[in-house]
Ligand binder design. Structure first.
Ligand SMILES: [Zn+2]
Ligand SMILES: [Zn+2]
Length: 344
């Protein structure tokens, strides 16, 4: 099989490798779609300090099952599936508490979880994962849509942390693919959606997907703009979907009393932000992070797509063959278009 193997910063090589074996508890998937994600770019550009090389990236994958191990019960050859890109041990004290993403023995494909055991990912013709990392999808869900199960479930987790009241104001900072998924989910939650994003084209796409108000943070002071749009109250929730410390700092001041700030994006290089403790204490503002999702949220994510409640395919602007993966990375780094999808 052909695999795109990363040997170091921008050192991507295409190799012929053996198709992986299923093993007793494993499933081998013929990859049909795999999205390019900012997490991949951290390794591609050499900014990730934890990546091991050589490594096959790619963790937002969907395809057809071509082989299953002898212990596998819930999925069979020919099934169409989406892949959960990480799997906890399921046995340790942390897993028993249900905090699966914090499992010290967690594994992930393509290095999607930085501190995990990194298994080769899905920028390849085939990928092997354990059965518990498989989600079966119906014929109404395309491979491209199914490749969004991980990012969409992360956005679902994030939105649910916001506890947005119906009619409440939510600010989404950043309008990349994950910002757009937040817009669609906030719409389902009955929120009034304010999107702050630097690129005009992206703001307009946010409007098409359900945003009610748009803020250009370059032309206007985004804190002032949010205050004005909310009659001086501030927003019930702010989600920062860009790893930008200035935006993260501003977001605290966009919140209404009792509002919830979700820091959704990883911020690199590691840094600090300044927060006035009295601005949190006296107002009971909540500052939280959102990372990954729960097994139950993965199941609901598939439902969101199979019922058409969320349209993720609208976010795909580039479809590329595996041979053009390097171009997919560079386009993403340059901020061109929206989601880049490797298809076969
Ligand atoms: Zn991802
Ligand atoms: Zn564990």
């Amino acid at each position: 099989m052909k695999s795109a193997v990363l040997y170091g910063a921008r050192d991507l090589r295409f190799e012929e490798r053996a198709v992986p074996e299923a093993g007793a508890d494993g499933v081998v998937v013929r990859v049909r779609a795999c999205g390019v994600c900012p997490t991949d770019l951290r390794k591609y550009t050499g900014r990730s300090t934890r990546a091991r090389f050589p490594l096959v990236l790619g963790h937002e994958a969907a395809g057809d099952v071509v082989a299953v191990g002898s212990d596998v019960r819930g999925v069979g050859e020919g099934d169409r599936v989406g892949v959960i890109p990480w799997w906890p041990c399921g046995r340790c004290a942390t897993c028993r508490l249900g905090r699966f993403i914090q499992c010290p023995d967690i594994a992930s494909i393509g290095g999607s979880v930085e501190r995990s055991v990194m298994v080769d990912g899905a920028f390849s013709e085939y990928v092997r994962v354990p059965e518990r990392a498989i989600l079966r999808i119906g014929p109404e869900v395309s491979y491209e849509a199914a490749s969004f199960v991980d990012p969409l479930s992360c956005a679902l987790n994030s939105i649910e942390l916001c506890r947005i009241p119906i009619g409440g104001d939510v600010v989404i900072v950043g309008a990349g693919p994950l910002g757009m998924m937040h817009v669609q989910l906030a719409k389902l939650q009955g929120a009034r959606i304010i999107v702050s994003a630097k690129h005009a084209e992206r703001r307009e796409m946010a409007r098409a997907l359900g945003a009610h108000e748009l803020v250009d943070p370059v032309e206007t002071d985004p804190i002032e703009a949010v205050r004005e749009l909310t009659d001086g109250e501030g927003a019930a929730a702010v989600i920062v979907a860009v790893g930008d410390p200035a935006a993260e700092e501003q977001a605290v001041s966009m919140l209404a009393d009792n509002g919830v700030l979700v820091l959704f994006a990883g911020t690199y290089p590691p840094t600090t932000i300044a927060v006035d403790p009295n601005d949190v204490h006296y107002t009971q503002k909540v500052i939280t992070g959102a990372f990954a999702s729960t097994p139950e949220q993965f199941v609901r994510t598939v439902k969101l797509m199979s019922t058409g409640l969320i349209d993720v395919e609208a976010l795909v602007t580039h479809r590329l063959p595996l041979d053009d993966l390097g171009e997919g990375f560079e386009l993403t780094l340059d901020g061109v278009g929206m989601k880049k999808m490797i298809v076969s």
